[in-house]
Design a binder for this molecule. Structure first.
Ligand code: AMP
Length: 187
């Protein structure tokens, strides 16, 4: 796993319906810190974003946040980060998160998370990167998204190859092995 130095985690600025979502975020934070992998994320101290960032720091890991100026107050920037970058806008935030990361892990989240995961899948489709994308399918949260993409492929508006650009895993302990497997399969 030495090639994976930084993982970008996309996730909700809310915490989800029950405590198991919070536990999942803490578990992933612990796995990143224990494996000496940097967390790259949107820089907020709210919802699952704040939970994972705090856990990584609590475990002695490193956190790199990118927060756009206009969200700096709303999302309440994480003050314990290794590095916190206040950037001019969402485009700069998303591009920096993309550039600094070797893989993407998507925990449950809302519309912002959907926007972020689709951007990474479509950039892969356009050949702009070959980085692994893992959807943490806690409580089957991402099944409707996988079904929607299958629907698009079945209707021939996307290539069947697009279904290989991301993988769903059920538990946190499957995340790093899935990234490794995807990397081995990549060109
Ligand atoms: P959410 O999944 O909506 O809770 O948002 C998670 C992350 O996505 C947060 O860092 C938000 O700043 C970001 N976000 C929220 N809304 C949008 C949006 N319309 N476009 C892109 N990112 C967003």
């Amino acid at each position: 796993m030495s090639e994976i130095k930084s993982i970008c985690v996309y996730c909700g600025s809310r915490k989800g319906p029950d405590h198991s979502f919070v536990e999942m975020a803490k578990e992933l934070g612990k796995v990143l810190a224990e494996n000496d992998i940097n967390l790259v994320y949107g820089g907020g101290n709210v919802g699952l974003m704040g939970i994972i960032a705090n856990k990584v720091i609590d475990q002695g890991g490193r956190v790199y946040g990118y927060i756009p100026q206009h969200l700096d107050r709303v999302e309440i920037s994480f003050t314990r980060a290794t590095e916190m970058h206040v950037v001019p806008n969402m485009h700069v935030r998303k591009f920096n998160m993309f550039r600094q990361s070797d893989a993407f892990v998507v925990m449950p989240g809302g519309l912002g998370t959907l926007d972020e995961v689709f951007e990474m899948i479509t950039w892969r489709q356009l050949g702009l990167h070959t980085k692994p994308i893992i959807l943490l399918n806690h409580k089957n949260y991402w099944a409707p998204l996988a079904d929607l993409i299958d629907h698009v492929i079945n209707n021939e508006f996307a290539s069947p190859e697009n279904a290989t650009f991301f993988e769903l895993v059920d538990t946190v302990d499957q995340v790093l092995p899935a990234i490794k497997q995807m990397n081995e399969r990549l060109p």
